[in-house]
Design a protein. Structure first.
Length: 99
């Protein structure tokens, strides 16, 4: 499974753009193919119409052994085993970024 972190920007005119200035997305994609993981993560993010990918920050293979039993991110890894991909969006509210 690949773990990918991307920097994202709200799509102009979207509901996300009204509330957020920027964000980051962590994705877990169930594959062993690097290029497929990058493409699938990008499509998963952009298909909402709310976010566009600015750049990939990191992308690397992970396994369940990389997570401690109490790691809060283990649940996303485990869910991606079932759903093939899981993405978690972290946002910066518009007012925070303009100070």
């Amino acid at each position: 499974m690949y773990f990918i972190v991307t920097e994202v920007r709200p799509v102009e005119g979207s509901a996300a753009a009204a509330k957020y200035s920027e964000g980051a997305v962590s994705c877990w994609v169930r594959t062993d193919a690097f290029e497929f993981a990058l493409e699938r993560g990008r499509k998963f993010i952009e298909q909402s119409g709310q976010w566009s990918v600015v750049r990939t920050i990191e992308c690397f293979l992970v396994s369940e052994e990389d997570y401690e039993p109490d790691d809060p991110y283990l649940k996303y890894f485990q869910q991606a085993i079932v759903d093939e991909e899981v993405c978690v969006i972290y946002t910066v509210p518009r007012e925070e970024s303009q100070s």
